[in-house]
Design a protein around this ligand. Structure first.
Ligand SMILES: Nc1ncnc2c1ncn2[C@@H]1O[C@H](COP(=O)(O)OP(=O)(O)O)[C@@H](O)[C@H]1O
Ligand SMILES: [Mg+2]
Length: 254
């Protein structure tokens, strides 16, 4: 608006008022922006906290499940033990003991998950060492010098269960059959990543050697049938060498 008398001054006043309004609005806007930013940060923080809480609850739930599975398998193992005591036949008792060990191999996996940081992975070395220690104590393995060389690897449950059961069959066979008449012997268990993503398990003893009439493609004994099926489960290849004791070599993709 232009004052008819002092037009200029009036325009300046108007202009100054405009500027003051603008500065005020900008200040207000800045204040809102800061407030919005704060609210946004707070919200992000809350979402993050809640996601963490959900993850922790889920983790505890899964751990609890593994703990229960482990307990149930241990109950089955004890039942097999009690049941075997009702028989006086050595063959029957041995069959019970073999099956009890198969159950224990699985139960140990669930125990190891319970104690590890990574929920769905198990330290292969830790697990195999414990499993073999258990087998040695069970099969009087004191007369066997056991050498274990396991690469530090982590596997999921789907791979470690068949792997553990395989080791159970092979190591218990060596401890049971390789050294008759209380002879001292050597047992080697080696596991390593032979190529990226390809793993090799070698179980070898320097005992009397596996009988030549055993047909691994078409096995008739339960242990060999289980070994064949487990190797298939992990998509592996099985090689057996019966010279200078017994050597089982299994290659598979982890
Ligand atoms: N490491 C070994 N050394 C000598 N003999 C073995 C070895 N592993 C297996 N055998 C022989 O192969 C047979 C079949 O093994 P397996 O199928 O595991 O049956 P079992 O139920 O007797 O353990 C055994 O009874 C044993 O005579
Ligand atoms: Mg066997």
């Amino acid at each position: 608006m232009i004052d008819s008398y002092t037009g200029k001054i009036s325009a300046v006043v108007e202009f100054v008022r405009d500027i003051t309004e603008k500065v005020k609005t900008e200040k207000q806007l800045k204040k809102y922006a800061t407030k919005l930013k704060q609210m946004n940060e707070e919200l992000e923080h809350r979402v993050q906290k809640q996601t963490e809480e959900i993850k922790n609850a889920e983790r505890l739930r899964v751990l609890e499940l593994h703990h229960r599975i482990k307990n149930n398998l241990q109950v089955i193992s004890s039942l097999l033990n009690l049941q075997s005591e009702k028989f006086n036949d050595d063959t029957v008792n041995e069959a019970f003991r073999d099956t009890q060990n198969r159950v224990i191999s699985m139960s140990l996996v669930h125990q190891k998950i319970y104690h590890t940081k990574g929920l769905e992975s198990i330290n292969v070395r830790d697990y195999i060492e414990d499993l073999i220690e258990h087998l040695i104590s069970l099969y009087n393995g004191e007369k066997t010098l056991v050498k274990i060389d396991i690469q530090d690897t982590y596997f999921g449950i789907d791979t470690i269960i068949p792997l553990g059961m395989l080791i159970n069959e092979l190591v218990s066979n060596s401890l049971k059959y390789a050294y008759p008449e209380d002879k001292y012997g050597e047992l080697n268990v080696i596991f390593y990543e032979s190529n990226p993503g390809l793993y090799t398990l070698i179980v070898s003893d320097n005992g009397k050697g596996i009988p030549e009439d055993i047909d691994l493609d078409n096995p008739s004994s339960l242990g060999m049938q289980i070994i064949k099926s487990l190797v298939g489960q992990i998509d592996g290849d099985l090689d057996v060498d019966g010279n200078n004791g017994t050597t089982f070599i299994i290659n598979f993709n982890g």
